[in-house]
Design a protein around this ligand. Structure first.
Ligand SMILES: C[S@@+](CC[C@H](N)C(=O)[O-])C[C@H]1O[C@@H](n2cnc3c(N)ncnc32)[C@H](O)[C@@H]1O
Length: 255
């Protein structure tokens, strides 16, 4: 008998930014798989069990969750933010693609969540108000040359760029290198937003021009949003600046 497998996101960390739909899945499930700090956000009941694992063991975790669901359990796989953005939903799909036939029979329910770039964008205004893209700066799962090519194409294409996984102890230089590359394609004044731990108690938001953007401002809990040539900053007396990208694009200004 096959059970059910929910794949949910907790949102960026503010409990009010977890969807009612995801909360409904949490109340139904009996076994939870995820990185410990994400499971800590759920206030699980005594009858619900936790299977924590390191964030780098995503495929093993997906396989274990599918095995439990295929044996009849109601299982919940938990990511931060949205589960489909650089997170567990793709790992679960990958495990099904390469796994035994019975995993294809599992009732799979992937529920959307609020991803980090949306929480960061809302803190400063509307930097994602026109075309944008999201790029993970981690070169664990793709070559650095691919990241450089995508950054250049995004800047040349006039996209606002949201960078996930900007920096870590094992990847200390990549964000600085990305800024160097983007300076060759974007104006000096292009706004760079460092949104750290958006929605959590230790949230920190910083705004710097691309010409002076300092990679040391970011850590692994930061989503960095780099404007396009059209992104604007509105200075306000006694209040934080507003950053937005106009809804209209004038031919030539963003290229
Ligand atoms: C492995 S990705 C997971 C993304 C997640 N699934 C999402 O939708 O937000 C981890 C990266 O997400 C970003 N991130 C996650 N939570 C964040 C938050 N509360 N504030 C800012 N960035 C965050 C950071 O760039 C971090 O390095």
């Amino acid at each position: 008998m096959s059970g059910q497998l929910f794949v949910i996101g907790t949102g960026p960390g503010n409990p009010d930014q977890m969807t009612p739909e995801a909360l409904g899945a949490v109340s139904k499930a009996t076994i939870f798989f995820g990185y410990g700090p994400y499971l800590d956000r759920l206030n699980l009941r005594a009858d619900q069990t936790r299977q924590t694992s390191d964030n780098r063991e995503e495929l093993d975790r997906a396989g274990a969750a599918l095995r439990a669901a295929s044996e009849g359990a109601i299982v919940c796989v938990v990511s931060g933010g949205d589960p489909g953005v650089f997170a567990m939903a793709a790992a679960v799909c990958e495990a099904i693609d390469n796994g035994p036939d019975e995993w294809r029979a599992v009732d799979l329910v992937i529920l959307p969540g609020i991803t980090a770039m949306l929480a960061v964008a809302a803190r400063v205004g509307a930097p994602l108000g026109h075309d944008f893209c999201a790029i993970s700066l981690s070169d664990n799962l793709k070559p650095w040359a691919t990241i450089e090519r995508r950054l250049k194409a995004a800047a040349e294409g006039g996209f606002v760029i949201a960078l996930y996984n900007p920096i870590s102890k094992a990847r200390p230089w990549q964000l600085g290198k990305a800024f160097e590359l983007l300076r060759e394609h974007l104006p000096d004044a292009t706004p760079v937003i460092f949104g750290r731990a958006a929605g959590r108690l230790d949230e920190r938001i910083a705004l710097q021009p691309l010409s002076a953007a300092n990679a040391a401002t970011a850590d692994m809990a930061t989503c960095v949003i780099i404007g396009s040539a059209e992104t604007r900053v509105i200075a306000r007396e006694g209040k934080t600046d507003i950053v937005y990208t106009p809804r209209f694009s004038v031919e030539g200004t963003g290229d």
